[in-house]
Design a protein around this ligand. Structure first.
Ligand code: SF4
Length: 227
């Protein structure tokens, strides 16, 4: 938390979470490139970009001053071939390449696992996503992701059930013991946090009965106004 990153956001997603704050549609005519970090003074660039063009834009931000380059979305693992071309061209960030993913596409992860350094895996909880559970996909995903530095994140709201948190913590315990679980309060339209502090702490305590490292961390880029 708080480290400086360059964000590369991929369009499109295989899921459709109720709380999604990203235009998850693929095929937009233009992408936006921030000119000066923090100013939101975007330049429009016509899609689709090649891996070489994306790398050139990312590298222009002086990666050596950054913790990592984040591949995020949407869902970046919809594009494993693109990532295979892009990743070797992104050089210089202190901790390399950070993959942020919804954790449901384990076969795609196998195609890029050797090219990424840190993986943030979302566990999708039905109580907040409004979707069916993906426990088997998450299990397989975490088995592969464990080859790298990894942590699990789960968005929680008032609709999150204790059993969902218990299942998530048990899965971590079985597949990748020692992996941290980050509980992130859902943000509702209008920027309102969709879960109260008492319930958040209750969910954290539930997870702590099974695993040791459970943290409550909000979306800091929204608090700071970056992106
Ligand atoms: S997985 Fe992420 S990008 Fe995809 S719909 Fe859910 S919140 Fe949006």
């Amino acid at each position: 938390m708080g480290c400086r990153q360059v964000f590369i956001r991929f369009g499109g997603c295989n899921l459709n979470c109720t709380y999604c704050d990203t235009d998850a549609s693929a095929g937009a005519r233009f992408c936006r490139v921030e000119q000066k970090p923090g100013l939101k003074n975007y330049r429009l660039v016509q899609n689709p970009l090649s891996p070489q063009e994306v790398a050139s834009l990312a590298n222009s931000f002086c990666l050596s001053r950054h913790h990592s380059v984040a591949l995020t979305g949407g869902e970046p693992l919809l594009y494993p071939l693109f990532i295979r071309e892009l990743a070797p061209l992104l050089k210089g960030a202190r901790r390399g390449i950070f993959l942020e993913t919804n954790g449901t596409l384990p076969r795609a992860l196998l195609e890029v696992i050797n090219l990424v350094d840190i993986i943030g895996v979302d566990f999708k909880l039905p109580g907040t996503t409004g979707l069916p559970p993906y426990w088997e996909e998450h299990r397989r995903f975490l088995e592969i992701a464990g080859q790298r530095e990894v942590f699990v994140k789960a968005v929680v709201g008032e609709g999150t059930k204790n059993e969902e948190i218990e299942t998530a913590a048990s899965l971590i315990n079985e597949v990748s013991p020692g992996t941290a679980l980050v509980l992130q309060p859902v943000v509702l339209p209008g920027g309102i946090q969709g879960i109260g502090p008492a319930r958040m702490l209750e969910l954290q305590e539930t997870a702590l009965r099974k695993i040791k490292d459970v943290r409550l961390i909000p979306q800091t880029h929204k608090i700071t106004g970056c992106l």
